[in-house]
Design a protein around this ligand. Structure first.
Ligand code: S3P
Length: 165
């Protein structure tokens, strides 16, 4: 069992922004699985979805977790919103460290991501409906995976960091 802090949660829950601040606070570096995969594949997540497909991307996420288990400790790791949905990844997350779920409402996600073009799963006619639908399926899985749940919708970064720390 490793001693990392892993941030999970829906797109737009603030995993990256919280992770950066937490890494300053705890003086640990931060790793983001999307960025890791983009660097390895030399391609953006959107292009990976378009050219290789979602399943291939999900397999890359699992490979990334295995690589992190081998190479990383005492760090902050932010993972893509869909990563916890693969059952195979649950055990890997547990090995990697403490899992913190940043819980957010669909309304806040929509407000934050309505103009975003980098999330392929939200490039649909009715993003709000898609967010509700995905979050409905994912929320119980996020909760089951988490060691700690933090409601982030109406909190400042300072409050969130304090709670996690
Ligand atoms: C996804 C979330 C994204 C990224 C990809 C798929 C998802 O990461 O991995 O677009 O299925 O929820 P963020 O949660 O960092 O936006």
């Amino acid at each position: 069992m490793k001693n990392n802090i892993i941030l999970i949660g829906f797109m737009g829950s603030g995993k990256t922004s919280v992770g950066i601040r937490l890494s300053y606070f705890l003086k640990q570096t931060m790793i983001d699985t999307d960025k890791w995969i983009e660097r390895c594949q030399q391609m953006s997540v959107s292009d990976l979805f378009a050219l290789k497909g979602e399943e291939a991307f999900r397999a890359m996420e699992t490979d990334c977790l295995k690589e992190l288990i081998r190479t990383v400790d005492q760090q902050i790791i932010s993972v893509g919103g869909g990563l916890p949905m693969r059952e195979e990844n649950h055990g890997l997350l547990k090995i990697l460290g403490k899992v913190v779920y940043l819980r957010v409402t669909p309304e806040v996600v929509y407000k934050r991501l309505k103009s975003d073009t980098t999330r392929p799963l939200l490039q649909v006619e009715n993003p709000m409906e898609r967010i509700r639908e995905l979050l409905g399926v994912r929320a119980p899985v996020y909760e089951a995976c988490a060691d700690v749940v933090v409601d982030v919708s109406d909190k400042t970064f300072e409050q969130i960091i304090k709670e996690i720390a």
